[in-house]
Design a protein around this ligand. Sequence first.
Ligand SMILES: *[C@@H]1O[C@H](CO)[C@@H](O)[C@H](O)[C@H]1NC(C)=O
Ligand SMILES: *[C@@H]1O[C@H](CO)[C@@H](O)[C@H](O)[C@H]1NC(C)=O
Length: 331
Amino acid sequence: MKAAHLCLLLHVFLTASVLVHTFDPLTTTVVLGIGATLGRTIYNYLHESCDPKWITFNATGLQADLERKMFGQHIASRIILKAVTGFMSNDNPKKPLVLSLHGWTGTGKNFVSELIANNIYKEGMDSSFVHVFTSELHFPHAKQFDTYKSQLQQWIKGNVSNCGRSMFIFDEMDKMHPGLIDSIKPYLDYYDKLDGVSYRKAIFIFLSNAGGENIVQTALDFWKAGRGREEIELKDLEALLSLSVFNNKQSGLWHTSLIDKNLVDFFVPFLPLEYGHVVQCAMAEMNARELPPNLKVAKQVAKDLVYFPKAERVFSVKGCKTIESKLNYYT
Ligand SMILES: *[C@@H]1O[C@H](CO)[C@@H](O)[C@H](O)[C@H]1NC(C)=O
Ligand SMILES: *[C@@H]1O[C@H](CO)[C@@H](O)[C@H](O)[C@H]1NC(C)=O
């Protein structure tokens, strides 16, 4: 599609250039000048660049997405909307935005990162300014840690030099070598510039299961006490979360001074999902696939998932993670 556009435009431009020969030199210069400017504009139009045409934050869009597509995460939704909106509406932030998302698998950590990207970058997750790092894919061998370290630093520096409004997502932080995160610490801090590069407009998002068990326990305590899930507040989880992350050697944040130095702006807890949320996920997935909504199928899909703890069977073991493939089977 884009290549076809480009060909057509090139053709028009060449035809125009041929016509130019019939004009006097002054007109030719002017026309060529206009042509060059036009060429650049067309290139920017078709090719993603680091400007507001491609990078504009849509606060109402993010809010709508969080309300319509994220289920059972009243705390996470609220923090994320506030954090991202505050950060993106500040033209001169003092440091990059650093979010640490915590929770059980399938609760929506990856998904919410996607929603953020979709409402900042026109190209969403496909944007060349959004970078996802997974330990298993990018840093699989502990022995090569030194190579990874300098590579990661180079990448971040290179990409932020290219575009200040870059976004970096680190998935599976639990499996990340602690030193690796330590090595990018300077970029997260309150520096005006490092080596001539300012990182203050960048966004860093860390995803992990760390603290997930504590979050589950709190949600379960509320459930057992017959209290509504919506009654759970950030303060019920916050202290618990940062402490557990700090003490959990497997968490990847362990031993790093991220927490020590308050480089993480927000710890965002994701609650385990209940049957009702899984039904909502299934309905949303049907909607996304433009299938007619079928509550009966959605309930069936939700019912066939595994729930824990064994006795109470309150929370979905895999959250909404397997809904997509399950739905293929039922429809
Ligand atoms: C922002 O998002 C809203 C809701 O999704 C949408 O209606 C609106 O067109 C978006 N605005 C821009 C400028 O993309
Ligand atoms: C940007 O990051 C990607 C990894 O996501 C890397 O492959 C690329 O080389 C980086 N670009 C620069 C200019 O460093």
